[in-house]
Structure formats: C-alpha cells, structure tokens
Design a protein around this ligand. Structure first.
Ligand SMILES: Cc1cc2nc3c(=O)[nH]c(=O)nc-3n(C[C@H](O)[C@H](O)[C@H](O)COP(=O)(O)O)c2cc1C
Length: 188
C-alpha cells in the first residue's frame, strides 16, 4: 500500500450525477488515500456529457486506473487488500449485476470480491422513480451489509450552491468508510 494510509476502489458507472464521482476522487486525492479507479463505458460517456470531463482527466485524479474489461487487474482478486469500494454513481444496471453475482466487467468483479471478502461496499445509486426490481436489488444487497447511499443530499445544511450539495453528498459517502472530512457541517 506504499505510504498511503488507506486503499479504496472507486467505480464510476453511467448513472446521472457523475459530478459526485469527480468530487469524490478529488476529495480522496486531498486526503492522500490510494485510489484504484474503474470507469464503465457509460460512466465515461455520462461524465463527458454532464461534466465535460474526458476519461484522461478522470484518470489523472486517481492513483491507479484499471480498464473496465481488465478482469486480471489486481482489484479483481481478493488477495489484493483494500479498505473498501465506492461506486459513484451506481447505475441500476451495475446494481442489478452486483445483486445477481455477475462479473461481466471489472466494476462488477471488484464489487463481488469486496462482498465476498467482507469489506465495505458503498453504492451511490441514482434513478427515479425506482421500480420493484431496483428496490429488491437494493434490499438484497443491504441485507448483506452493502451500504446503499442514494444520491439525494439533505437540505438541512442550507446549501447555497450545487458545489455545497455535492460536498454534502460526498462527505456522507465517505462517512460510510469512516473517512472524516470537513466537506459539510455536522448537525449538532
Ligand atoms: C445521459 C444519461 C443518463 C443516465 N442516467 C442514468 C441514471 O441516472 N440511472 C441509471 O440507472 N441509468 C442511467 N442511464 C443509463 C445507463 O447509462 C445504462 O443503463 C448503462 O447500461 C449503464 O451501464 P454501466 O452500469 O455499465 O455504467 C443514463 C444514460 C445516459 C445516456
């Protein structure tokens, strides 16, 4: 793990709200946490569409980048130790694949490994409205201890800008892995 204190796998898939994924990568960079980034094909498309950020710029925000179809990457094995995985945003497609135990790409496989090794998996899901299929997939995973963190920031912190909303969301996501930030003010 080198000199870094933690190692986190980050998956970016093709759900709307890719700005959360970008902000999370930037936050982890500041916190000196070793990141292993995987971006799905639609994750790449939506990040370009919504944030005008190219895949090479995303890559530069992570310590390591693994291709989505590289099922032989280190993060595909349980013997490669990590402190957990965050998929942000997590599409309903990826949610369904994980709930079904599929490993069709490296994000699915790394999530499957995270679950089987009993490590923390955080899914920042995004879709509305949610169908029974989506809800059942979330419930199935939540019962296994997977943290389902819908991309729905609270408003009780009085956010003034989209940046404030993003920080609240990213702060709450990192809370799930016990990573403390000063991205938002806690309720007292
Ligand atoms: C602009 C855009 C926004 C999308 N937003 C969502 C979304 O919010 N949630 C979702 O589940 N899928 C969304 N999709 C559809 C997914 O990208 C699609 O289901 C894809 O198969 C996901 O693949 P992945 O899980 O490998 O990234 C969106 C697609 C596009 C083009």
């Amino acid at each position: 793990m080198g000199s870094k204190t933690m190692r986190i796998v980050v998956g970016v898939t093709g759900g709307s709200c890719s700005l959360y994924g970008v902000a999370l990568l930037k936050a982890l960079e500041q916190l000196d946490i070793e990141t292993h980034l995987i971006v799905s094909k639609m994750g790449e498309y939506v990040t370009k569409h919504e944030c005008d950020i190219e895949i090479n710029d995303l890559k530069s925000m992570a310590a390591y980048f693994h291709k989505i179809d590289d099922l032989a990457a280190p993060v595909a094995s349980g013997s490669f130790k990590t402190d957990g995985m965050i998929i942000i945003p997590c599409s309903m497609n990826t949610l369904g694949a994980i709930a079904g135990g599929l490993s069709l790409n490296l994000i699915h496989r790394a999530a499957d490994v995270t679950i089987k090794e009993g490590r923390k998996l955080v899914l920042v899901t995004r879709e509305t409205p949610l169908s029974v299929i989506h809800l059942e997939n979330m419930l199935k995973l939540a019962r296994m201890g997977v943290r389902i963190v819908p991309a729905s920031p609270g408003f009780y912190h009085h956010p003034q800008t989209i940046g404030d909303l993003v920080n609240i969301m990213v702060g709450r996501v990192l809370d799930q892995l016990g990573i403390d930030t000063n991205l938002f003010k806690r309720w007292k």
